[in-house]
Design a protein around this ligand. Sequence first.
Ligand code: GMT
Length: 375
Amino acid sequence: MKIGITCYPTVGGSGVIATELGKLLAERGHEIHFITSAIPYRLTETSPNIYYHEVSVNQYEVFQYPPYSLTLASKMAEVVNREQLDVLHVHYAVPHAVCAILARDMTDHPVKVVTTLHGTDITVLGHDSSLRDIIRYAIQRSDEVTAVSDALVEQTKQMLEVGRDIHTIYNFVDERVYGPKTEKKNLKQAYNIDEDEKVLLHVSNFRPVKRVVDVVRTFAAVQAEVSCKLVMLGDGPDREKAWAEAKKLGVDQDVLFLGNQRQVADYLHIADLMLLLSEKESFGLAALEAMACGVPVIGTDIGGIPEVVFHNETGYVVPLGAVELAAQQAVGLLTDPDRMKRFKQRSLDVVEENFSSSRIVAQYEEVYRRTVEDG
Ligand code: GMT
């Protein structure tokens, strides 16, 4: 099939999933056309089946705002016509699905619109009355809609009162990147972490919904019982708050703020536990990546996290803000080698059984086939 993919080309989980999906589809013989404002962050290798069409927005004095959505719709229509695309697979209802629907209207070539919801457009923008109706329109008028967890399907149906089918297709990891440690590389030495010290890890964009202050508080309570370090990967608006909290609690010497790093798996390979204590999370790709490397997760009982982190099997699920409980669970796990071994193995098994790339990519292929055959 010939498939156009549009996503935000940045470091966020939705861009990662869209790009990894495109790469795997290309390996399976499909022709993939990325239609994005920049080369996606994860599109690093060349492949004869992958094409890139840049959406570059011109700024004209008559426009108060750059017309990204219109330029994107127009570029999508141009690519559909020229390349005879079968499907436009867009990540996010606004603006991407709206642009794809417009492009479908603009072309003579029959193209189907498949929309994947990743959460923020529902859980954040869905509350905005100025956008609610257009999000609903984008969902209703797409040919197929998928969401990354059952929780997000339910939330979308409830919040936006949409009656149509929305299918859950979980996120996945590229097993060639995220898997148990095989190389000898050991970052512990590089960061002056003692071999017998435990490592807790958090990865996010440090938006307020990620509750990075709770992560630091949990760590401080764990550190009172177990010798450990906290590695914070990523960057964003609440970095300063997290740092200030670490200082206030007297653990700043043991918290490493490493900013955005490309090789997240290298850090997962020295981690004993991942903390994901968000107040909104439609899936929690960071948790899945950790589990794929055999790292158990403590996550909040929010959105899609309990569908990824199996409570008492691959980690623990705790209520939002329950810092003491999270710390208690962490200490219990870190000080019980048998339980830790069991949780690590179960994490690997759960990823293989439920979130393997081959299983998930096949589910997307089935969605494309169904919508194209529907005519
Ligand atoms: O979490 C973010 O701030 C980034 C956002 C994105 O668009 O990349 O992540 C969303 O999509 C990811 C991939 O499906 C999910 O793993 C995240 O849970 C989801 N974030 C939220 O729902 C807040």
